[in-house]
Design a protein around this ligand. Sequence first.
Ligand SMILES: Cc1cc2nc3c(=O)[nH]c(=O)nc-3n(C[C@H](O)[C@H](O)[C@H](O)COP(=O)(O)O)c2cc1C
Length: 376
Amino acid sequence: MQLPALHIGELTARVPIVQGGMGIGVSLSGLAGAVAREGGVGVISAAQVGFNEPDFMTNTVEANKRALAKQLKKAREIAGDGIIGVNIMWRGQHYEDYARCAVENGANIIFSGAGLPSDLPDCVEGTSTKIAPIIGSPKAARVILHLWERHHHRTADMIVIEGPKAGGHLGYTREQVKMHESDGYEKEIEEILDVVKEFEEKFNKKIPVVFGGGIFDKKDIEHYLSLGLSGVQMATRFVATKECDASDAFKNMYVKAKEGDVTIVQSPVHMPGRALLNPFVKAFRQHRIPVTNCFHCLKTCDPATTPYCISMALIRAVRGDVDHGLVFSGANSWKIDKITTVHDLIQELTQDPVDETIPTDASDKTIPVEQVKKQA
Ligand SMILES: Cc1cc2nc3c(=O)[nH]c(=O)nc-3n(C[C@H](O)[C@H](O)[C@H](O)COP(=O)(O)O)c2cc1C
């Protein structure tokens, strides 16, 4: 099956794959630019994006804004006219500053999860930047679309459903994650599509809905398209690419991971998260890891009581100190066995496998290519 293009208003991604934003520093211009160049939607994570700026520790917000502008410029150079988005966590401090910075520097779309981004429409008003909330339930879809209708007289340009197999912070309790793992999640998807349909009719506008969490191959993509979705969001598989902006040590954690290494952790964001089991996770499960420097990154974190500093944990991991940092991953990272390129991954996800059989004679029987080679 040829995968259909993903239309987001006047924007068209010829490949219906959104690369999920990955903080801190996992999806920057290298990955986002490459995905957009290959026809998908590339997404830069704005989470502490300035962590490599010299004044990051002392002048965090300015460092982040400066770095976000640089990353958008670089991604655009790589992507040409491909679609570049920015992912901004609603629970982060200075949300509006970063959203406005993304708009001013040419982001095509802003994706926002970890809470309901009620004021996002104000940040893009009068510009062509699209807005896409990331939600995990029919209720969340209804609440945000109602809020935007009532207060901003507009609706979403796209919706991302993040399912329970996603990596990073999850919009579910541990119990809900377990429940969805056993009961499946398709009924929720159907209900969310019904909610979105209501708003499509009200606003006389197509709102594409994409689903993310645990998607691994083309078969998975085709399955979700068959449910009425317009595309998928994938993150974990893009980590294991040369272009991914994380260190090799971070990527190799995915290659080495076994099924039992994928675990649910508590995060200072007050949401569970999915990550790989490592000495750091074992340590903070035993005792609190005191915060030495607070970046004031989260609206909800108290540095005096938090089990660990999430910014420091993610920065250490992305730089390669994978024993002392938090390595977020989706539920299927253990299936990854090699590092590839974005080009090859997109080919694998969009092309049907070559038919490995060739016809023999008029009886129209086929024999496997391997057998032909051996007979020759
Ligand atoms: C390393 C990593 C970091 C992530 N960081 C973020 C983030 O900063 N913001 C966000 O909204 N989602 C984040 N996510 C979730 C992804 O964007 C995506 O929706 C999800 O992981 C999709 O599932 P998959 O990884 O199984 O493909 C992260 C996921 C991973 C694996």
